[in-house]
Design a protein around this ligand. Sequence first.
Ligand code: PAF
Length: 292
Amino acid sequence: MSLHKHTPRIVTRTHELRLALKGVREGGRTIGFVPTMGALHEGHLSLVRAARAECDTVVVSIYVNPTQFGQGEDFDRYPRDLDADTQRLSDIGVDWVFAPTDTEVYPPGFDTWVQPGKMAASWEGKCRPGHFRGVATVVLKLFSMVGPDRAYFGEKDYQQLLVIRRMVSDFNLPLTICPHPTVREPDGLAMSSRNAYLSPEHRRQARVLSQSLFWASEQVASGEQSAEKLVTGMRQIIAKAPDAAIDYVAIVDPDTLVPVSTVTTPVQSLLAVRIGGVRLIDNARLIPSASP
Ligand code: PAF
């Protein structure tokens, strides 16, 4: 395990990375991997710290994957600052930053895709057609390029986490997926690179997302079992933000993402809301007090 903080080495080519990691693998040392699209915040850094604590070598990828953005989404304006990101990582002691180019990931003639099934059909998958196909394809490629033992994902993108777990299991990929809790701002807003798009007024209004989740969590802990009542109450809280437009608010089974009507065991609440046109997602586990 490397004990010293140092500037990570940046590689852009898969063969360079493979060569660099060959010795690590042959020496029986473990590789921890955090895939990102850059614009790193505390949420990412908490994943990197976990990888640093649990693995001998840490690789962070920074790649804004075009194929997971739909038409009219924010691909062009997605924040990109490799120097600032690398600086943030050097404080934690990351070994390698893998920053591939588009042609490295999608060379001319690229024509093979991962099409996730049922897990990707609802919620984000419905609102953003093709999104999870792009995510699953790039994540499979990154796994194959890096060859990690452990890969770290935030629970903030809950459905993404489930889609990737499914893929890892379905394709017998030889790695462990390590989920980590959502990191929140002091007022509850889940950390996200897209928060940077919010105006000060919309940033203030965005608190309704976590407020609605915290409210639902308290309701369930104190005995509320009706998913319909929970969704109605959450919608009312979100509607207090004048510029909020809801894509979905749902109470679902945490493993299948199928909506539940009665909450007697732990469930997941998922939501996607646009605040002044900025699309944010968040989720929380709701646990009935008497549940195991
Ligand atoms: O969660 C993200 O940042 C992206 O979806 C990922 C996993 C890096 C794939 O591009």
